[in-house]
Design a protein around this ligand. Structure first.
Ligand code: EPZ
Length: 452
């Protein structure tokens, strides 16, 4: 088996958690994004529902993927390398329940384990899900998930160490109306309903491209799922499902991150694998902020188009501006001529990363309760926050700590934008969402050393 590139990278640079970054140089070059972290991990869970082997292609080499792989293996799924780089093969023929200590040891800092509930209840009649990890960008409740599972007929018992579920009478189709178009809760319903007895009607569903790609995976397995207007999804339960062969949608979040890096550092980055259709809203905002892009067959070229301009952006569920895109954009907006507003409406604590930018010289004021503004696509929620960014402000190097995945990426881009040296610690978090991150920085001409 060939050594994954990230291992050779660590071989060429000492493995570690602290980067010394010397900024002020534009990033130039090409990066290739693989499959979406937020699809591949869910499609891996779906293999539990099939009675035959599944193959997933373009699986990114990320720690979130490794967590799901080891959880599948402790439940008896055999996972092997596929017939091309980035392909994994899943054989679920020997699924049996795992032991708590094994599960807990593998749950890691991920939220994906909650999606094992439906498939394990179908396969084993029971499941134990340890407390979840994931980015600290809010309290990340799972009430929508548990309410939906109870509607399917699951018995949910909350324990100090996690939740135990059983389905004494099997799982039956249900009518579920989500209070908010939650991505995870939508996936929970899809992964449970496809093999429940009878029909499920899901209202106010999330419809992100990753959700639609998961529906495509389930349909390949034999599921009957129809996507109706106005966020309604109908699922007709079937008795059994087979394996699938699927190539994951590309990672929109990583593509948007590198585009913002080109904007912030005044560089030029070609993102191989990026597609226009799934990034329309991002591309509009990128252009309004003074970016220039060229859509090609195999990716999108991103760079600045003169001075950066201020924008007013509100994060939203799809097809709005994704909450995962706002952190790297904010770094670029510190260099825009004027006052920008970024309104975070999805998570209650996703502006913490701006503290480090202020330390580096940015002028950012976070309003903890958002800003009163005009009519909204989504109903206002009490958890909103808004950042007002006034630029351009020169950024200078500083010692900063990575707070979460997307915030951490923004810290690195800010350090690359700043003049002077920055020490960025907690870099390991980035391995959850950015494959071969250090290789890509090197390919783009970034000047850095791994020092700790
Ligand atoms: C997914 O998180 C993604 N993670 C997130 O990406 C992404 O930001 C988010 O969707 C929104 O697009 C994965 O797919 C692994 P939600 P998820 O359920 O499913 C509230 C990244 O960087 N809520 O749509 O957890 C919740 O608190 C990550 O890749 C409840 O109140 O997001 C939040 O305010 C970060 N109760 C809102 O809904 C629930 O039971 C949206 O959350 C579930 C969610």
């Amino acid at each position: 088996m060939t050594t994954p590139l990230h291992e050779t990278t660590l071989a060429s640079k000492p493995s570690g958690d602290v980067l010394a970054i010397r900024g002020g140089r534009p990033l130039h070059g090409r990066v290739d994004v693989k499959g979406a972290k937020n699809l591949a991990t869910k499609a891996m869970v779906a293999t539990l529902l099939g009675e035959t082997v599944s193959t997933l292609r373009d699986v990114p080499d990320l720690s979130d993927v490794a967590v799901v792989r080891s959880l599948l293996e402790v439940h008896g799924v055999r996972v092997t390398e596929g017939d091309e780089p980035g392909a994994l093969v899943f054989d679920p023929s020997d699924v049996e329940s795992a032991h708590f200590e094994e599960i807990d040891a593998h749950a890691g800092a991920s939220r994906i384990p909650i999606l094992f509930c439906g498939p394990l209840l179908h396969r084993l009649g029971q499941a134990f899900i340890p407390d979840l990890g994931g980015c600290r960008i809010g309290d990340r409740p799972i009430d929508f998930h548990l309410d939906a599972l109870r509607k399917f007929g699951a018995v949910v018992e909350k324990l100090p160490s996690g939740i135990r579920l059983s389905a004494p009478n099997g799982l039956k189709g249900a009518n579920i109306h989500l209070p908010y178009p939650s991505v995870g809760a939508t996936e929970q319903v899809l992964l449970t309903a496809v093999r429940a007895q009878g029909q499920t009607e899901l209202r106010n569903a999330a419809i992100e491209p990753e959700i639609m790609d998961l529906i495509a995976v389930l349909q390949k397995m034999g599921a009957i799922i129809s996507y109706e207007p106005n966020r309604v999804i109908l699922i007709e339960g079937v008795d059994k499902l087979r394996g699938y062969d699927h190539r994951s949608i590309f990672d929109r979040n990583e593509a948007a991150s590198w585009a913002c890096a080109a904007l912030a550092t005044d560089g030029e980055i070609f993102v191989g694998g990026a597609r226009q259709q799934e990034m329309l809203t991002f591309l509009n905002v990128f252009r309004k902020a003074g970016g220039w892009f060229d859509v090609r067959e195999d990716g999108i070229l991103f760079r600045r188009d003169g001075a950066l301009k201020p924008v007013i952006v509100e994060t939203d569920v799809h097809p709005g501006f994704m909450t995962d895109w706002q952190q790297p954009l904010v770094v670029a907006l510190t260099q825009a001529h004027g006052r920008s507003v970024v309104h975070e409406t999805v998570y209650e604590n996703r502006m913490g990363f701006t503290d480090a930018l202020v330390k580096m010289g940015a002028d950012i004021v976070v309003h903890p309760h958002g800003l009163q503004d005009g009519p909204r696509r989504v109903a206002r929620r009490e958890l909103e926050q808004a950042a007002v960014i006034t630029g351009p402000t020169p950024l200078h190097g500083a010692d900063i700590v990575v707070p979460d995945l997307r915030g951490g990426y923004s810290h690195v881009i800010a350090a690359l934008t700043a003049t002077g040296e920055s020490r960025v610690s907690g870099i390991d978090i980035l391995s959850r969402g950015y494959e071969k991150f250090l290789d890509k920085l090197t390919a783009l001409g970034a000047d850095f050393d791994v020092i700790g």
